[in-house]
Design a protein around this ligand. Structure first.
Ligand code: NOJ
Length: 568
Protein backbone atom coordinates (compact mmCIF):
# COMPACT_ATOMS: atom_id res chain seq x y z
CA UNK A 1 0.00 0.00 0.00
CA UNK A 2 2.75 2.36 0.89
CA UNK A 3 4.19 2.41 -2.59
CA UNK A 4 0.89 3.44 -4.12
CA UNK A 5 0.39 7.06 -5.13
CA UNK A 6 -2.48 9.24 -3.96
CA UNK A 7 -4.33 8.86 -7.26
CA UNK A 8 -4.20 5.08 -7.04
CA UNK A 9 -5.81 4.99 -3.62
CA UNK A 10 -8.27 7.89 -3.92
CA UNK A 11 -11.93 7.77 -4.88
CA UNK A 12 -12.53 10.61 -7.35
CA UNK A 13 -15.63 12.79 -7.54
CA UNK A 14 -16.43 14.87 -10.62
CA UNK A 15 -17.71 18.35 -9.84
CA UNK A 16 -19.73 19.88 -12.63
CA UNK A 17 -19.29 23.44 -11.37
CA UNK A 18 -22.47 24.95 -12.84
CA UNK A 19 -24.64 22.42 -11.05
CA UNK A 20 -22.74 21.44 -7.91
CA UNK A 21 -23.27 24.21 -5.38
CA UNK A 22 -24.37 27.83 -5.69
CA UNK A 23 -22.62 30.04 -3.17
CA UNK A 24 -24.02 33.43 -4.14
CA UNK A 25 -27.59 32.46 -4.89
CA UNK A 26 -27.67 33.50 -8.54
CA UNK A 27 -28.84 30.11 -9.79
CA UNK A 28 -25.42 29.11 -11.14
CA UNK A 29 -23.04 26.86 -9.23
CA UNK A 30 -19.72 28.48 -8.30
CA UNK A 31 -16.45 28.00 -6.46
CA UNK A 32 -17.60 29.60 -3.21
CA UNK A 33 -20.44 27.11 -3.22
CA UNK A 34 -18.01 24.28 -3.86
CA UNK A 35 -15.71 25.45 -1.05
CA UNK A 36 -18.64 25.28 1.35
CA UNK A 37 -19.19 21.64 0.36
CA UNK A 38 -15.63 20.39 0.67
CA UNK A 39 -16.37 19.01 4.14
CA UNK A 40 -19.22 17.08 2.59
CA UNK A 41 -16.81 15.50 0.09
CA UNK A 42 -14.21 14.75 2.72
CA UNK A 43 -16.84 13.11 4.94
CA UNK A 44 -18.00 11.06 1.98
CA UNK A 45 -14.48 9.65 1.80
CA UNK A 46 -13.46 11.32 -1.44
CA UNK A 47 -9.75 11.83 -2.12
CA UNK A 48 -9.70 13.46 -5.56
CA UNK A 49 -11.84 16.02 -7.34
CA UNK A 50 -12.11 16.32 -11.11
CA UNK A 51 -13.35 19.82 -11.72
CA UNK A 52 -15.10 20.17 -15.09
CA UNK A 53 -14.08 23.39 -16.90
CA UNK A 54 -14.07 26.43 -14.65
CA UNK A 55 -12.54 28.81 -17.22
CA UNK A 56 -14.12 31.88 -18.85
CA UNK A 57 -16.36 30.64 -21.64
CA UNK A 58 -19.32 31.81 -23.70
CA UNK A 59 -20.80 28.42 -22.77
CA UNK A 60 -21.82 27.12 -26.16
CA UNK A 61 -20.62 23.75 -24.87
CA UNK A 62 -21.01 24.30 -21.17
CA UNK A 63 -17.43 25.39 -20.59
CA UNK A 64 -15.75 22.99 -23.03
CA UNK A 65 -15.32 26.09 -25.19
CA UNK A 66 -12.60 27.92 -23.28
CA UNK A 67 -11.92 31.62 -23.83
CA UNK A 68 -8.98 31.94 -21.41
CA UNK A 69 -6.91 29.00 -20.20
CA UNK A 70 -5.50 30.90 -17.26
CA UNK A 71 -8.67 32.43 -15.92
CA UNK A 72 -11.84 31.66 -14.02
CA UNK A 73 -15.36 32.18 -15.37
CA UNK A 74 -16.69 35.31 -13.62
CA UNK A 75 -19.89 33.50 -12.67
CA UNK A 76 -17.75 30.88 -10.84
CA UNK A 77 -15.48 33.36 -9.05
CA UNK A 78 -12.02 34.82 -9.51
CA UNK A 79 -8.52 33.40 -9.54
CA UNK A 80 -8.39 34.20 -5.85
CA UNK A 81 -11.55 32.16 -5.27
CA UNK A 82 -10.03 29.31 -7.23
CA UNK A 83 -6.89 29.51 -5.14
CA UNK A 84 -8.86 29.27 -1.93
CA UNK A 85 -10.87 26.37 -3.37
CA UNK A 86 -7.58 24.60 -4.06
CA UNK A 87 -6.07 25.44 -0.68
CA UNK A 88 -9.21 24.43 1.20
CA UNK A 89 -9.38 21.19 -0.76
CA UNK A 90 -5.74 20.41 0.00
CA UNK A 91 -6.28 21.22 3.65
CA UNK A 92 -8.81 18.36 3.65
CA UNK A 93 -6.54 15.95 1.76
CA UNK A 94 -8.58 16.38 -1.38
CA UNK A 95 -6.54 16.52 -4.57
CA UNK A 96 -7.86 18.56 -7.48
CA UNK A 97 -7.47 17.88 -11.18
CA UNK A 98 -8.70 20.32 -13.82
CA UNK A 99 -10.25 19.75 -17.21
CA UNK A 100 -7.88 20.58 -20.03
CA UNK A 101 -9.37 21.00 -23.49
CA UNK A 102 -6.53 20.68 -25.97
CA UNK A 103 -8.37 20.06 -29.22
CA UNK A 104 -10.14 23.40 -29.55
CA UNK A 105 -10.79 26.77 -27.96
CA UNK A 106 -13.84 28.97 -27.91
CA UNK A 107 -14.36 31.08 -31.01
CA UNK A 108 -14.15 33.97 -28.54
CA UNK A 109 -10.65 33.10 -27.34
CA UNK A 110 -8.26 35.98 -28.14
CA UNK A 111 -6.08 33.49 -30.06
CA UNK A 112 -8.95 32.78 -32.43
CA UNK A 113 -10.04 36.42 -32.63
CA UNK A 114 -6.50 37.26 -33.76
CA UNK A 115 -6.36 34.28 -36.08
CA UNK A 116 -9.56 35.18 -37.88
CA UNK A 117 -8.70 38.90 -38.03
CA UNK A 118 -6.57 38.56 -41.17
CA UNK A 119 -4.70 36.02 -43.26
CA UNK A 120 -1.48 37.79 -42.30
CA UNK A 121 -2.04 37.70 -38.56
CA UNK A 122 0.79 35.88 -36.73
CA UNK A 123 -1.82 33.60 -35.13
CA UNK A 124 -3.51 32.71 -38.44
CA UNK A 125 -1.76 29.35 -38.44
CA UNK A 126 -2.78 28.58 -34.83
CA UNK A 127 -6.06 27.23 -36.20
CA UNK A 128 -6.87 25.22 -39.31
CA UNK A 129 -7.73 27.47 -42.23
CA UNK A 130 -8.22 26.33 -45.81
CA UNK A 131 -9.31 27.90 -49.08
CA UNK A 132 -12.77 27.03 -50.38
CA UNK A 133 -13.10 24.18 -52.87
CA UNK A 134 -13.25 25.32 -56.52
CA UNK A 135 -17.05 25.51 -56.30
CA UNK A 136 -16.75 27.79 -53.28
CA UNK A 137 -17.92 25.07 -50.90
CA UNK A 138 -16.03 23.55 -47.93
CA UNK A 139 -12.46 22.29 -48.56
CA UNK A 140 -13.50 18.64 -48.10
CA UNK A 141 -16.44 16.46 -47.06
CA UNK A 142 -15.56 16.18 -43.38
CA UNK A 143 -18.39 16.56 -40.89
CA UNK A 144 -18.66 17.85 -37.35
CA UNK A 145 -19.63 15.34 -34.69
CA UNK A 146 -22.19 17.88 -33.49
CA UNK A 147 -23.80 18.08 -36.95
CA UNK A 148 -23.22 19.50 -40.40
CA UNK A 149 -19.97 20.35 -42.17
CA UNK A 150 -16.82 20.52 -40.07
CA UNK A 151 -15.94 23.72 -41.93
CA UNK A 152 -17.23 27.23 -41.28
CA UNK A 153 -16.79 29.94 -43.87
CA UNK A 154 -15.34 33.20 -42.63
CA UNK A 155 -16.52 35.92 -44.98
CA UNK A 156 -14.00 38.68 -44.18
CA UNK A 157 -10.92 36.56 -44.91
CA UNK A 158 -12.49 34.29 -47.52
CA UNK A 159 -11.39 31.00 -45.97
CA UNK A 160 -12.94 28.16 -43.99
CA UNK A 161 -11.89 27.10 -40.51
CA UNK A 162 -12.15 23.55 -39.19
CA UNK A 163 -14.14 22.47 -36.13
CA UNK A 164 -14.68 18.85 -35.05
CA UNK A 165 -17.25 19.96 -32.48
CA UNK A 166 -19.43 23.10 -32.65
CA UNK A 167 -18.54 25.97 -34.97
CA UNK A 168 -18.02 27.91 -31.74
CA UNK A 169 -15.16 25.46 -30.96
CA UNK A 170 -12.52 25.95 -33.68
CA UNK A 171 -9.80 23.27 -33.69
CA UNK A 172 -6.30 24.34 -32.79
CA UNK A 173 -3.49 23.50 -35.18
CA UNK A 174 -1.31 21.22 -33.07
CA UNK A 175 1.29 20.99 -35.80
CA UNK A 176 2.20 24.56 -34.94
CA UNK A 177 4.76 24.53 -32.14
CA UNK A 178 3.56 27.94 -30.91
CA UNK A 179 0.22 26.37 -30.01
CA UNK A 180 1.96 23.73 -27.94
CA UNK A 181 4.13 26.32 -26.23
CA UNK A 182 1.12 28.46 -25.33
CA UNK A 183 -0.85 25.49 -24.04
CA UNK A 184 2.08 24.21 -22.02
CA UNK A 185 2.37 27.67 -20.45
CA UNK A 186 -1.24 27.31 -19.31
CA UNK A 187 -0.46 23.85 -17.94
CA UNK A 188 2.51 25.24 -15.98
CA UNK A 189 0.38 28.11 -14.71
CA UNK A 190 -2.01 25.74 -12.93
CA UNK A 191 0.68 23.30 -11.83
CA UNK A 192 2.65 26.17 -10.30
CA UNK A 193 -0.48 27.14 -8.43
CA UNK A 194 -0.61 23.59 -7.04
CA UNK A 195 -3.29 21.71 -8.98
CA UNK A 196 -2.73 17.98 -8.97
CA UNK A 197 -3.18 17.25 -12.65
CA UNK A 198 -5.59 17.25 -15.55
CA UNK A 199 -8.35 15.31 -17.18
CA UNK A 200 -7.61 15.63 -20.88
CA UNK A 201 -10.64 16.26 -23.05
CA UNK A 202 -11.37 14.84 -26.50
CA UNK A 203 -7.98 13.25 -27.01
CA UNK A 204 -8.67 11.37 -30.20
CA UNK A 205 -9.45 14.50 -32.22
CA UNK A 206 -6.34 16.57 -31.51
CA UNK A 207 -4.66 15.85 -34.87
CA UNK A 208 -6.13 15.68 -38.35
CA UNK A 209 -4.69 13.99 -41.42
CA UNK A 210 -2.24 16.61 -42.79
CA UNK A 211 -3.42 16.19 -46.40
CA UNK A 212 -7.08 16.44 -45.44
CA UNK A 213 -8.35 13.95 -48.01
CA UNK A 214 -12.10 13.42 -48.43
CA UNK A 215 -13.40 10.65 -46.21
CA UNK A 216 -14.45 7.50 -48.00
CA UNK A 217 -17.80 6.76 -46.43
CA UNK A 218 -20.49 5.97 -48.96
CA UNK A 219 -22.79 8.30 -47.09
CA UNK A 220 -23.09 11.85 -45.95
CA UNK A 221 -23.72 12.18 -42.23
CA UNK A 222 -27.41 12.90 -42.78
CA UNK A 223 -27.80 9.97 -45.16
CA UNK A 224 -26.18 7.73 -42.58
CA UNK A 225 -28.50 8.98 -39.86
CA UNK A 226 -31.40 8.25 -42.16
CA UNK A 227 -30.09 4.76 -42.74
CA UNK A 228 -29.39 4.15 -39.07
CA UNK A 229 -32.85 5.39 -38.12
CA UNK A 230 -32.98 7.32 -34.93
CA UNK A 231 -30.25 5.26 -33.27
CA UNK A 232 -27.33 7.60 -33.37
CA UNK A 233 -24.57 5.06 -33.81
CA UNK A 234 -26.51 2.09 -35.12
CA UNK A 235 -24.71 0.26 -32.30
CA UNK A 236 -25.73 -3.22 -33.35
CA UNK A 237 -25.16 -2.78 -37.03
CA UNK A 238 -21.60 -3.48 -38.19
CA UNK A 239 -22.20 -1.94 -41.59
CA UNK A 240 -23.29 1.36 -40.10
CA UNK A 241 -20.44 1.32 -37.60
CA UNK A 242 -18.03 0.78 -40.46
CA UNK A 243 -19.52 3.75 -42.31
CA UNK A 244 -19.22 5.97 -39.22
CA UNK A 245 -15.66 4.87 -38.88
CA UNK A 246 -14.92 5.80 -42.49
CA UNK A 247 -16.68 9.11 -42.11
CA UNK A 248 -14.31 10.25 -39.35
CA UNK A 249 -11.29 8.25 -40.48
CA UNK A 250 -9.05 11.26 -41.15
CA UNK A 251 -10.33 13.39 -38.27
CA UNK A 252 -9.55 11.10 -35.35
CA UNK A 253 -6.68 8.99 -34.04
CA UNK A 254 -4.07 10.53 -36.31
CA UNK A 255 -0.35 10.20 -35.54
CA UNK A 256 1.02 12.84 -33.23
CA UNK A 257 -1.03 12.24 -30.10
CA UNK A 258 1.44 9.86 -28.45
CA UNK A 259 4.37 12.20 -29.03
CA UNK A 260 2.36 15.08 -27.58
CA UNK A 261 1.44 13.11 -24.48
CA UNK A 262 5.02 12.02 -23.98
CA UNK A 263 6.06 15.66 -23.96
CA UNK A 264 3.24 16.59 -21.65
CA UNK A 265 4.20 13.75 -19.35
CA UNK A 266 7.78 14.99 -19.18
CA UNK A 267 6.45 18.41 -18.22
CA UNK A 268 4.07 17.00 -15.60
CA UNK A 269 6.83 14.85 -14.13
CA UNK A 270 8.96 17.89 -13.39
CA UNK A 271 6.40 18.45 -10.60
CA UNK A 272 5.67 16.04 -7.72
CA UNK A 273 2.91 13.51 -8.15
CA UNK A 274 0.76 15.29 -10.73
CA UNK A 275 -1.37 13.23 -13.08
CA UNK A 276 -2.93 13.02 -16.54
CA UNK A 277 -6.23 11.22 -16.96
CA UNK A 278 -7.49 10.84 -20.51
CA UNK A 279 -11.02 11.03 -21.81
CA UNK A 280 -10.39 7.89 -23.80
CA UNK A 281 -10.78 4.19 -23.33
CA UNK A 282 -7.81 3.43 -25.53
CA UNK A 283 -5.13 1.72 -23.45
CA UNK A 284 -2.51 2.71 -26.04
CA UNK A 285 -2.42 6.14 -24.34
CA UNK A 286 -0.83 4.58 -21.28
CA UNK A 287 2.21 4.45 -23.54
CA UNK A 288 4.74 2.04 -22.10
CA UNK A 289 2.89 2.18 -18.80
CA UNK A 290 4.85 5.15 -17.46
CA UNK A 291 5.44 7.68 -20.23
CA UNK A 292 1.99 8.97 -21.32
CA UNK A 293 -1.29 9.01 -19.37
CA UNK A 294 -1.51 7.86 -15.77
CA UNK A 295 -5.03 6.61 -16.38
CA UNK A 296 -7.48 6.07 -19.22
CA UNK A 297 -11.15 5.48 -18.40
CA UNK A 298 -12.62 2.01 -18.75
CA UNK A 299 -15.59 3.40 -20.73
CA UNK A 300 -16.57 0.09 -22.35
CA UNK A 301 -17.84 -1.11 -18.97
CA UNK A 302 -20.63 1.48 -18.85
CA UNK A 303 -21.81 0.93 -22.42
CA UNK A 304 -24.63 -1.44 -21.71
CA UNK A 305 -28.30 -1.11 -20.79
CA UNK A 306 -28.09 -3.89 -18.19
CA UNK A 307 -25.12 -4.38 -15.96
CA UNK A 308 -24.84 -8.15 -15.74
CA UNK A 309 -22.18 -10.38 -14.18
CA UNK A 310 -21.31 -11.80 -17.60
CA UNK A 311 -20.85 -8.33 -19.06
CA UNK A 312 -18.62 -7.23 -16.19
CA UNK A 313 -16.53 -10.38 -16.28
CA UNK A 314 -15.89 -10.06 -20.01
CA UNK A 315 -15.04 -6.40 -19.61
CA UNK A 316 -12.52 -7.11 -16.87
CA UNK A 317 -10.97 -9.97 -18.76
CA UNK A 318 -10.45 -7.85 -21.88
CA UNK A 319 -9.52 -4.63 -20.13
CA UNK A 320 -7.00 -6.01 -17.68
CA UNK A 321 -5.39 -8.16 -20.35
CA UNK A 322 -4.96 -5.12 -22.59
CA UNK A 323 -3.27 -2.89 -20.01
CA UNK A 324 0.46 -2.44 -20.47
CA UNK A 325 2.74 -3.54 -17.65
CA UNK A 326 2.68 -1.00 -14.84
CA UNK A 327 -0.55 0.68 -15.98
CA UNK A 328 -3.21 1.47 -13.40
CA UNK A 329 -6.89 0.98 -14.31
CA UNK A 330 -9.65 3.52 -13.85
CA UNK A 331 -13.37 2.78 -13.70
CA UNK A 332 -16.45 4.92 -14.05
CA UNK A 333 -20.14 4.51 -14.79
CA UNK A 334 -21.24 8.10 -15.23
CA UNK A 335 -20.31 11.64 -16.15
CA UNK A 336 -21.79 14.81 -17.65
CA UNK A 337 -22.07 13.29 -21.14
CA UNK A 338 -24.11 10.21 -20.30
CA UNK A 339 -27.36 9.12 -18.78
CA UNK A 340 -27.16 9.06 -15.01
CA UNK A 341 -26.07 5.76 -13.50
CA UNK A 342 -29.27 5.42 -11.48
CA UNK A 343 -31.44 5.81 -14.58
CA UNK A 344 -29.32 3.81 -17.00
CA UNK A 345 -29.29 0.56 -15.07
CA UNK A 346 -32.66 0.82 -13.31
CA UNK A 347 -35.14 -1.95 -14.09
CA UNK A 348 -38.16 -0.13 -12.64
CA UNK A 349 -38.47 -2.57 -9.72
CA UNK A 350 -35.17 -2.89 -7.92
CA UNK A 351 -33.71 0.49 -8.84
CA UNK A 352 -32.26 1.33 -5.46
CA UNK A 353 -30.62 -2.08 -5.02
CA UNK A 354 -29.14 -1.82 -8.50
CA UNK A 355 -27.73 1.65 -7.75
CA UNK A 356 -26.00 0.19 -4.68
CA UNK A 357 -24.54 -2.60 -6.77
CA UNK A 358 -23.24 -0.04 -9.27
CA UNK A 359 -21.37 1.75 -6.52
CA UNK A 360 -20.11 -1.54 -5.09
CA UNK A 361 -18.74 -2.47 -8.48
CA UNK A 362 -16.80 0.79 -8.73
CA UNK A 363 -15.37 0.34 -5.24
CA UNK A 364 -14.40 -3.32 -5.44
CA UNK A 365 -12.98 -3.72 -8.95
CA UNK A 366 -9.30 -3.05 -9.39
CA UNK A 367 -8.77 0.58 -10.40
CA UNK A 368 -9.40 4.14 -9.34
CA UNK A 369 -13.14 4.88 -9.23
CA UNK A 370 -14.58 8.10 -10.65
CA UNK A 371 -18.04 9.10 -9.34
CA UNK A 372 -20.16 11.89 -10.81
CA UNK A 373 -21.71 14.57 -8.61
CA UNK A 374 -25.24 13.69 -7.55
CA UNK A 375 -24.98 9.97 -8.08
CA UNK A 376 -24.48 9.55 -4.33
CA UNK A 377 -28.08 10.66 -3.71
CA UNK A 378 -29.45 8.73 -6.66
CA UNK A 379 -30.07 11.68 -8.97
CA UNK A 380 -31.88 10.47 -12.06
CA UNK A 381 -32.03 11.82 -15.59
CA UNK A 382 -34.37 14.80 -15.63
CA UNK A 383 -35.57 15.39 -19.14
CA UNK A 384 -36.33 19.06 -19.49
CA UNK A 385 -39.45 19.28 -21.61
CA UNK A 386 -39.22 22.91 -22.64
CA UNK A 387 -36.76 23.54 -25.48
CA UNK A 388 -36.52 27.16 -24.35
CA UNK A 389 -34.83 25.89 -21.18
CA UNK A 390 -32.36 23.67 -23.03
CA UNK A 391 -28.69 24.58 -22.61
CA UNK A 392 -26.89 21.76 -24.38
CA UNK A 393 -26.44 23.31 -27.84
CA UNK A 394 -26.58 20.09 -29.93
CA UNK A 395 -30.21 19.70 -28.84
CA UNK A 396 -31.21 22.18 -31.57
CA UNK A 397 -29.40 20.14 -34.16
CA UNK A 398 -31.19 17.01 -32.98
CA UNK A 399 -34.51 18.85 -33.27
CA UNK A 400 -33.67 19.89 -36.80
CA UNK A 401 -32.65 16.34 -37.71
CA UNK A 402 -35.79 14.82 -36.31
CA UNK A 403 -38.13 17.23 -38.08
CA UNK A 404 -36.32 17.53 -41.39
CA UNK A 405 -34.78 14.10 -41.74
CA UNK A 406 -37.24 11.87 -40.00
CA UNK A 407 -40.35 13.92 -40.76
CA UNK A 408 -41.38 14.03 -37.12
CA UNK A 409 -43.98 16.49 -35.87
CA UNK A 410 -42.65 19.43 -33.89
CA UNK A 411 -43.93 17.81 -30.72
CA UNK A 412 -42.37 14.44 -31.40
CA UNK A 413 -39.07 15.99 -32.46
CA UNK A 414 -38.97 18.10 -29.32
CA UNK A 415 -39.58 15.05 -27.17
CA UNK A 416 -36.81 13.08 -28.85
CA UNK A 417 -34.37 15.98 -28.94
CA UNK A 418 -34.59 16.69 -25.21
CA UNK A 419 -34.20 12.97 -24.55
CA UNK A 420 -30.99 12.90 -26.61
CA UNK A 421 -29.62 16.07 -25.00
CA UNK A 422 -27.09 15.94 -22.19
CA UNK A 423 -28.98 18.48 -20.08
CA UNK A 424 -30.80 15.62 -18.40
CA UNK A 425 -27.70 14.50 -16.50
CA UNK A 426 -26.51 18.03 -15.68
CA UNK A 427 -29.31 19.45 -13.54
CA UNK A 428 -28.45 21.21 -10.26
CA UNK A 429 -27.67 19.13 -7.22
CA UNK A 430 -30.48 19.33 -4.62
CA UNK A 431 -28.97 20.00 -1.24
CA UNK A 432 -32.25 20.16 0.70
CA UNK A 433 -35.96 19.46 0.56
CA UNK A 434 -36.74 23.06 -0.26
CA UNK A 435 -37.88 24.91 -3.40
CA UNK A 436 -35.23 24.56 -6.11
CA UNK A 437 -33.87 21.69 -4.04
CA UNK A 438 -32.13 24.30 -1.89
CA UNK A 439 -29.63 24.78 -4.73
CA UNK A 440 -30.58 28.47 -4.98
CA UNK A 441 -33.27 30.71 -3.51
CA UNK A 442 -36.87 30.06 -4.53
CA UNK A 443 -37.16 33.41 -6.31
CA UNK A 444 -34.20 32.66 -8.57
CA UNK A 445 -34.39 30.53 -11.72
CA UNK A 446 -31.49 28.05 -11.69
CA UNK A 447 -29.53 27.76 -14.94
CA UNK A 448 -31.22 24.41 -15.55
CA UNK A 449 -34.39 23.45 -13.71
CA UNK A 450 -33.98 21.30 -10.61
CA UNK A 451 -35.56 17.85 -10.78
CA UNK A 452 -38.73 18.06 -8.62
CA UNK A 453 -37.91 14.64 -7.18
CA UNK A 454 -35.92 16.49 -4.51
CA UNK A 455 -39.27 16.54 -2.69
CA UNK A 456 -39.41 12.74 -2.81
CA UNK A 457 -36.15 12.27 -0.96
CA UNK A 458 -33.56 12.88 -3.68
CA UNK A 459 -31.75 15.58 -1.75
CA UNK A 460 -28.72 15.65 0.52
CA UNK A 461 -30.29 16.93 3.74
CA UNK A 462 -33.03 14.29 3.93
CA UNK A 463 -30.58 11.54 3.09
CA UNK A 464 -28.09 12.73 5.69
CA UNK A 465 -30.79 12.09 8.28
CA UNK A 466 -31.92 8.69 6.99
CA UNK A 467 -29.46 6.01 8.15
CA UNK A 468 -30.27 3.67 5.26
CA UNK A 469 -30.26 6.31 2.52
CA UNK A 470 -28.20 5.89 -0.63
CA UNK A 471 -25.99 8.75 0.53
CA UNK A 472 -25.18 7.04 3.83
CA UNK A 473 -24.60 3.80 1.95
CA UNK A 474 -22.09 5.58 -0.30
CA UNK A 475 -20.36 7.01 2.74
CA UNK A 476 -20.16 3.68 4.56
CA UNK A 477 -18.98 1.80 1.54
CA UNK A 478 -16.36 4.32 0.47
CA UNK A 479 -14.92 4.42 3.98
CA UNK A 480 -14.86 0.61 4.07
CA UNK A 481 -12.99 0.53 0.76
CA UNK A 482 -10.46 3.06 1.96
CA UNK A 483 -9.82 0.94 5.05
CA UNK A 484 -9.44 -2.34 3.12
CA UNK A 485 -6.03 -2.54 1.42
CA UNK A 486 -6.86 -5.50 -0.82
CA UNK A 487 -9.77 -3.60 -2.39
CA UNK A 488 -7.38 -0.85 -3.41
CA UNK A 489 -4.20 -2.68 -4.25
CA UNK A 490 -5.14 -6.31 -4.70
CA UNK A 491 -4.98 -8.27 -7.92
CA UNK A 492 -8.34 -9.30 -9.37
CA UNK A 493 -9.10 -13.02 -9.57
CA UNK A 494 -12.51 -13.97 -10.96
CA UNK A 495 -14.38 -16.92 -9.40
CA UNK A 496 -17.39 -18.95 -10.52
CA UNK A 497 -17.06 -17.60 -14.04
CA UNK A 498 -20.15 -19.36 -15.33
CA UNK A 499 -22.52 -17.74 -12.84
CA UNK A 500 -25.24 -15.66 -14.45
CA UNK A 501 -26.79 -14.09 -11.38
CA UNK A 502 -23.82 -13.01 -9.35
CA UNK A 503 -20.27 -11.82 -9.66
CA UNK A 504 -17.68 -13.33 -7.35
CA UNK A 505 -14.01 -12.47 -7.25
CA UNK A 506 -11.00 -12.19 -5.02
CA UNK A 507 -8.78 -9.17 -4.47
CA UNK A 508 -5.40 -10.30 -3.26
CA UNK A 509 -2.37 -8.57 -1.78
CA UNK A 510 0.51 -10.16 0.11
CA UNK A 511 -1.23 -9.35 3.39
CA UNK A 512 -4.91 -9.68 2.64
CA UNK A 513 -7.33 -11.68 0.49
CA UNK A 514 -10.86 -10.36 0.08
CA UNK A 515 -13.80 -12.23 -1.33
CA UNK A 516 -16.36 -10.03 -3.06
CA UNK A 517 -19.80 -11.31 -4.02
CA UNK A 518 -22.25 -9.02 -5.81
CA UNK A 519 -25.65 -10.63 -6.19
CA UNK A 520 -27.45 -9.13 -9.19
CA UNK A 521 -30.52 -11.33 -8.68
CA UNK A 522 -33.61 -11.00 -6.50
CA UNK A 523 -32.92 -14.53 -5.26
CA UNK A 524 -31.18 -15.97 -2.23
CA UNK A 525 -28.00 -17.84 -3.13
CA UNK A 526 -26.10 -20.56 -1.33
CA UNK A 527 -22.58 -20.64 -2.71
CA UNK A 528 -19.64 -22.93 -2.17
CA UNK A 529 -16.11 -21.59 -2.59
CA UNK A 530 -13.12 -23.87 -2.60
CA UNK A 531 -10.46 -21.52 -1.30
CA UNK A 532 -7.40 -22.17 0.84
CA UNK A 533 -9.15 -20.72 3.91
CA UNK A 534 -12.38 -22.38 5.09
CA UNK A 535 -14.03 -19.34 6.56
CA UNK A 536 -14.60 -15.69 5.74
CA UNK A 537 -14.61 -12.79 8.18
CA UNK A 538 -17.21 -10.23 7.26
CA UNK A 539 -15.93 -6.78 6.32
CA UNK A 540 -19.04 -5.31 4.75
CA UNK A 541 -22.52 -6.29 3.72
CA UNK A 542 -25.46 -4.34 2.38
CA UNK A 543 -27.77 -6.44 4.57
CA UNK A 544 -27.84 -7.55 8.21
CA UNK A 545 -26.00 -10.85 8.34
CA UNK A 546 -26.61 -13.55 10.91
CA UNK A 547 -22.93 -14.06 11.70
CA UNK A 548 -19.64 -12.25 11.38
CA UNK A 549 -17.84 -15.40 10.24
CA UNK A 550 -19.11 -17.60 7.42
CA UNK A 551 -18.35 -21.08 6.21
CA UNK A 552 -17.09 -20.77 2.63
CA UNK A 553 -18.48 -24.19 1.75
CA UNK A 554 -21.97 -22.85 2.24
CA UNK A 555 -22.17 -19.08 2.00
CA UNK A 556 -25.69 -17.70 2.00
CA UNK A 557 -26.05 -14.46 0.06
CA UNK A 558 -29.24 -12.39 0.21
CA UNK A 559 -31.02 -10.97 -2.86
CA UNK A 560 -28.95 -8.08 -4.29
CA UNK A 561 -26.51 -8.41 -1.42
CA UNK A 562 -23.09 -6.80 -1.60
CA UNK A 563 -20.76 -9.01 0.38
CA UNK A 564 -17.11 -8.33 1.17
CA UNK A 565 -15.13 -10.58 3.51
CA UNK A 566 -11.56 -11.45 4.36
CA UNK A 567 -10.57 -15.03 3.73
CA UNK A 568 -7.58 -17.14 4.61
C1 NOJ B 1 -15.88 15.81 -24.19
C2 NOJ B 1 -16.63 16.51 -23.11
O1 NOJ B 1 -16.81 15.62 -22.04
C3 NOJ B 1 -17.93 16.98 -23.71
O2 NOJ B 1 -18.80 17.47 -22.72
C4 NOJ B 1 -17.62 18.01 -24.75
O3 NOJ B 1 -18.81 18.36 -25.42
C5 NOJ B 1 -16.62 17.50 -25.79
N1 NOJ B 1 -15.54 16.75 -25.21
C6 NOJ B 1 -16.00 18.64 -26.57
O4 NOJ B 1 -15.12 19.35 -25.75
Amino acid sequence: MNELKWWQTAVFYQIYPRSFADGNGDGIGDLEGAIARLDYLRDLGIGGIWLSPHYPSPMFDCGYDIADYAGVAPEYGTLATFKSFLDEAHARDLHVILDLVLNHTSHEHPWFLASRSSRQDPKRNWYIWRDPAPDGGPPNNWESTFGGSAWEYDEPTGQYYYHFFLKEQPDLNWRNSEVKAAMFDAVRFWLDMGVDGFRLDAIDTIFEHPDMPDHTSDYTQEALYRKAGRTRWGEDNPEILEQWHRMYQYQVLQPGIHALFQELRVLIDTYDDRILVGETSDVAYYGDGANELHMAFNFPLMRTRRMTPAWIRRNQQERLAALPEGAWPCNTLGNHDNSRVYTRYADGVYDDAIARLSLALMLTLWGTPFLYNGEEIGMTDYVIADLAQARDTPVFWYYDLYTRLFGQSAEEARRNAVLASRDKCRTPLPWANRPNGGFCPEAVAPWLPVDPNYAAGVNVADQERAPDSLLNFYRRMIHMRQATPALIAGTYVPLHEEAQDYLAFLRITGEQTCLVVLNYAAALLTLAFALPGQTADLIFSSVERAAAVDDLASLVVAPFEIYVAEVG
